[in-house]
Write a protein that binds this ligand. Sequence first.
Ligand code: MD3
Ligand code: FE
Length: 189
Amino acid sequence: MSQQVALLQAIRAVIEAAPLFTPAIPRSGKPMSVRMTNCGPLGWVTDKERGYRYQATHPVTGKPWPAMPLMLLDLWEEVAGYPHPPEACLVNYYAGAAKMGLHQDRDEEDFAAPVLSVSLGDIGVFRVGGRSRRDPTQKFDLRSGDVFVLGDADRLAYHGIDRILPGSSDLLPEGGRFNLTLRRVTQPS
Ligand code: MD3
Ligand code: FE
């Protein structure tokens, strides 16, 4: 619990430097219901014109992303089983009816590296299937403090968040859910 509070403080500092923005779906320009920001050398962004990509600067402020908190670099070293540091930490914030449709994470060059996920705040109802969109899916709850390493067969599994369960955690006074995903983006040289 104290580690969740410490991590939350670090994420609040990231958001002060790099405010949450509303991403837009490529081509349609439809806003996503999840708000986002990033820390680390690269960040995941999306907009109508240029689509899904990683870039070194915040799409609204134009500033470089803030550094990745040491706690997160340590956690990666402890659990990722991958010999190079993460380059991006995507911070997703779900409030109210926010959700994320079923998708694969394929915007990275390096699929050999796992994706590390940390959840903070209200429960997220997570859905995961297989490598084909048609594969059957299973649902389970992601709770505050849950840490998952998605590697190997899981790395390209379809997944999404159906909804959050408002009021299911006391960690965030404002309610809602943060999810952090740490990723390696480029092939290490
Ligand atoms: C399974 N985020 O940012 S994290 C995303 O809770 C994303 O915000 C969700 O999907 C969230 O892309 C889920 C857990 C997760 C992350 C990456 C995965 C599960 C995964 C990659 C492959 C399979
Ligand atoms: Fe994903």
